[in-house]
Design a protein around this ligand. Structure first.
Ligand code: FAD
Ligand code: UDP
Length: 457
């Protein structure tokens, strides 16, 4: 992997520093001269007046799962030359993890737990990481107690101070459930299973905080992610494969992208380079409405603010995540050491606050938004650009679903089945893209690198 930490100032020259993102990738110190000052770009084999820049087969926007899986497959599977750009200062998208100042491995953008029923997806990612087996547990803070969520037998017994068995708790739910002709909204899902009281204790407040909407205004799929159980199973997920990358997500992405045909420019918005970088095809994994300059209006996304803290004690809470449905402004608190298994005398946690304005994290599943998305989707189909990922296809997707979507896209681009696409492998071509490397610049100090990041417009 060649990591090019571009300055994103539009001229592309003079500022390609070591990446400094701590992911173990190889940095490159070149002059980053990909400026193509004649403005010639898409579709043309290209020489920019200086020596030896050729065309990239693919310009990929976004180094999250969607962009990185495609970069990996196109480079390693098909021998394509790929330029991967991301406006953030790191790879791995929202799954990015790093060691904080105390040396605790944390997830910058909130808790990410890998789970899937797809052997294909799990086997594919296993090429780039070893795993740590992990079963995710979540408690909810309700009526002054911490009780299991998804609601199960123990939740009911603890909450109401009773000692029901599975049959009795099933009757308990049935006696409270409200009949619904049709399960349309996120309110219907819960109320039709466990009744209004439990809905209000566990779901209504949390959902209103998280989405800024009442569950009755959201598609059923949102709360349907959380089941109800009559047994004592307190796992958050029941997928066949549940595990955390042994050395973290960022390291897994570093391994995925470690290929000579993949160049990476960080701190680079693709709009700053799209007219300068010669490429044949564009893959875009950012927000779809932004790509089309919001011409049908802004697609609503839910934003998040993260408040990270390190505490001078070894453990803060009994499980990785505690949800706060009713009290407090935050929705949940995550303690990372439960996820990673790291041993450390201190512990780091993150509070999540949901908000309407800011970086987009969640597409909001409801009918009105799907209708606006369909208009963008139509434009996308006509644009000759490949849109993949959670923000680009406006889908509330988990990581494994995005990996699967990207693998499907690769198969389509390569005109093979998905199973065959996974097996494809070529030896890297060594000459197709070369950048003139001038005298290496002196490595920048951390302070200089930080300044450079802050100066990005
Ligand atoms: P992203 O990871 O968002 O990557 C897109 C990248 O594109 C970003 O890095 C962005 O900087 C870049 N980009 C956008 N526009 C531009 C541009 N113009 N120029 C350059 N770069 C650009 N999934 C799970 O399976 N399990 C979990 O436990 C889980 N927890 C989650 C918790 C939170 C708080 C959130 C928000 C999501 C969670 N997810 C989880 C979902 C998971 O994060 C996503 O499914 C996955 O990361 C989506 O990958 P992606 O590549 O589509 O998008
Ligand atoms: N939810 C809730 N209470 C909870 C947990 C979840 O109301 O204790 C609802 C809420 O609307 C949430 C959705 O179920 O957004 C999906 O939960 P999940 O934990 O899957 O959310 P994510 O991890 O994607 O943020």
């Amino acid at each position: 992997m060649k990591l090019r930490n571009g300055n994103g100032n539009g001229n592309g020259n003079g500022h390609v520093a070591r990446n400094g993102n701590g992911n173990g990738g190889k940095g490159v110190n070149g002059n980053g001269n990909a400026n193509g000052n004649d403005g010639d770009h898409k579709g043309n084999a290209h020489r920019n007046g200086s020596k030896n820049i050729e065309v990239f087969d693919y310009l990929i926007v976004g180094a999250g799962y969607a962009g990185s899986v495609l970069a990996e497959r196109l480079a390693r599977g098909s021998g394509k030359q790929v330029l991967l750009v991301d406006r953030r200062p790191h790879i791995a998208g929202n799954a990015y993890d790093h060691y904080d100042n105390a040396g605790v491995l944390v997830h910058k953008y909130g808790p990410h737990i890998f789970h899937t029923n797809s052997k294909e997806v799990f086997d594919y990612l296993s090429r780039f990481t070893e795993w740590r087996q992990y079963q995710h547990k979540v408690l909810a803070s309700v009526d002054g107690q911490l009780v299991p969520i998804p609601i199960n037998l123990d939740t009911i017994n603890k909450l109401y101070g009773v000692n029901l068995n599975s049959f009795q708790v099933e009757e308990f739910f049935a006696s409270r459930a409200e009949k619904r002709e049709e399960i349309r909204t996120s309110e219907d899902v819960v109320v039709s299973k466990v009744g209004r009281e439990l809905y209000e204790k566990f779901f209504r407040g949390y959902t209103r905080k998280q989405w800024g909407l009442d569950p009755s205004e959201l598609d059923a799929q949102v709360t349907a992610r959380v089941p109800t159980r009559i047994n004592r199973d307190d796992r958050y997920f029941t997928d066949t494969y549940q595990a955390m990358p042994r050395h973290g997500f960022t390291r897994m992405f570093g391994n995925m992208l470690d290929h000579p045909n993949i160049r990476i420019m960080l701190n680079t918005d693709y709009r700053q380079v799209r007219d300068m970088i010669p490429y044949k095809e564009l893959i875009y994994t950012g927000p779809v409405d932004e790509f089309f300059d919001f011409q049908f209006g802004k697609l609503p996304y839910r934003c998040l603010e993260f408040k990270h803290e390190t505490l001078n004690l070894p453990q803060h809470q009994p499980v990785a995540v505690v949800n706060y449905p009713n009290d407090n402004a935050f929705t949940r608190v995550t303690e990372f050491k439960h996820l990673t298994g790291q041993e450390h005398p201190k512990t780091s946690i993150v509070y999540e606050y949901s908000c309407a304005e800011g970086d987009p994290y969640y597409p909001i599943p409801r009918k009105e938004n799907a209708e606006v998305y369909r208009k963008y989707q139509q434009l996308a189909e006509d644009a000759g650009v490949h849109f993949v990922g959670r923000l680009a296809t406006y889908k509330y997707y988990n990581m494994d679903q995005v990996v699967a979507q990207a693998l499907t896209m690769y198969a389509k681009l390569s005109n093979v089945s998905r199973a065959d696409g996974l097996q494809m492998r070529t030896e890297p071509a060594v000459t197709a893209v070369t950048f003139p490397v001038l005298k290496p610049k002196r490595a920048k100090t951390l302070a200089q690198r930080r300044r450079a990041v802050l100066e990005v417009p």
